[in-house]
Ligand binder design. Structure first.
Ligand SMILES: Cc1ncc(COP(=O)(O)O)c(C=O)c1O
Length: 399
């Protein structure tokens, strides 16, 4: 799953907030300071101007998705694939192969399937795959490695966002010391950024140390790069640099490339060519996937520059909001697009969230049990000037 725990459904966002009691929380300390000059109805509800600080992507509703595809089709016509071959899907595969610096790429219906088939194929006859303990591959893929593919996932248990080469070695030595059968380790997995660690990026130096270790032990490497462009934008490391040490790299088409679903797996041509059969075995060969690939291809175009702008703008917004006494927004070490908002004063958080939604077309997650709100910055913040977004938040805080 995605960062879906608190995901409001688009059709019932209001009900969702109601269920959480956010529409009815009492006002604890209303009226801190005076409201700014921002008109309450500055923005009429308009999904083209929606600022969502909830998702990694733009959160298209069906009608907007269809309209966007029409726009894309007008500017460069979308061509159909047949069982994943040809058309826009092939263009997307070629584009991501190029961006990751790999020989070839293939479309798969889900990232889960991309991860699982990558480790299965890389591992060949080997049975053990070393994985981060807080990764999607280990915690969120329903034990498919064990139950479908006959692979045993061994986590590096370090209780941190990511592991180092030393910690990887400790895990492997531990297997060697405590298990009689000494072979069977084939693949090492890294997730970057780490979803279960609020989007922490794994430092390039750490990846390179792990890669050197894997090379000297002839282990293959797979990268779950579901949201890699956020690491690229916030850490200033190119996708190609991140991808270089890995045999296979998976990128999601729906986290921030705004498709309805889908995944691309990149790697050596020889391995990618063998994937067609594997996908079919699992029933994953789709007749056509252009509705997803056209959207993703569109959002890949110019992404590095746009995401750099998004990263800079989000930092500008955070800096400006941190001038306000009522709130504090903290960043995460080696962070990407996710920040934590804490309220310094006893304000009615439910009312704050609802007012931003109703009057300013800005979506926030509901607060966690400690009253903090996780902010996910995405391209929607480029739809309006940063000072307007700050002004809206400030005016609701002080209303
Ligand atoms: C880090 C990571 N990897 C893999 C996946 C799986 O993607 P899919 O939903 O396409 O199976 C997700 C989805 O939430 C994810 O967050």
């Amino acid at each position: 799953m995605d960062n879906m725990k608190a995901k409001p459904s688009f059709n019932s966002r209001r009900d969702f907030l109601k269920k959480l009691g956010l529409s009815s929380l009492p006002i604890l300390l209303p009226g801190i300071g005076s409201a700014d000059d921002y008109s309450d109805n500055l923005f009429k509800r308009d999904n083209n101007k929606l600022i969502n600080l909830v998702y990694d992507g733009l959160a298209y509703e069906p009608k907007d998705y269809i309209q966007k595809l029409q726009e894309i089709n007008k500017s460069s016509s979308i061509s159909a694939d047949v069982y994943g071959s040809g058309g826009t899907t092939q263009k997307l595969e070629e584009k991501l192969a190029e961006l990751t610096g790999k020989e070839k790429a293939i479309y798969l219906p889900t990232g889960t399937m991309a991860n699982q088939l990558a480790i299965k194929m890389l591992n060949a006859e080997n049975t053990k795959v070393i994985v981060p303990e807080n990764s999607h591959i280990y915690r969120d893929e329903a034990d498919s490695a064990q139950s479908v593919h006959g692979k045993r996932l061994v986590p590096v248990q370090n209780n941190k966002a990511y592991y180092t080469a030393e910690e990887l070695d400790e895990t492997i030595q531990n297997i060697h010391q405590n298990e009689v059968f000494k072979s069977g380790i084939g693949t090492v997995v890294i997730e970057n950024p780490v979803r279960r660690a609020n989007g922490t990026a794994v430092p390039l130096a750490t990846i390179q140390e792990i890669a050197a270790y894997c090379k000297s032990n002839a282990y293959k490497m797979h990268l779950d790069a579901a949201r890699i462009h956020y690491a690229e934008a916030y850490q200033g490391v190119s996708l190609k640099e991140y991808a270089a040490p890995f045999d296979t790299v998976y990128i999601s088409l729906y986290k921030y490339l705004n498709a309805n679903g889908g995944a691309i797996l990149c790697g050596d041509a020889e391995l990618i060519d063998r994937m067609h059969h594997q996908i079919k075995i699992l029933g994953g060969t789709m007749y056509q996937s252009w509705t997803n690939s056209a959207m993703a291809l569109h959002y890949l175009d110019g992404i590095t520059d746009r995401f750099k702008k998004l990263a800079d703008t989000s930092k500008e917004i955070v800096k400006a909001l941190n001038q306000l006494d009522e709130i504090n927004i903290s960043s995460i070490d080696n962070g990407t697009n996710i920040y934590e908002l804490t309220f310094n004063s006893n304000i009615d958080i439910g009312h704050f969230v609802n007012e931003l939604d109703n009057k300013h077309n800005i979506w926030l997650r509901p607060p966690n049990e400690d009253g903090q709100i996780r902010l996910s910055f995405n391209e929607s913040i480029l739809l309006r000037p940063a000072d307007e977004i700050v002004g809206s938040i400030k005016s609701v805080l002080r209303a």
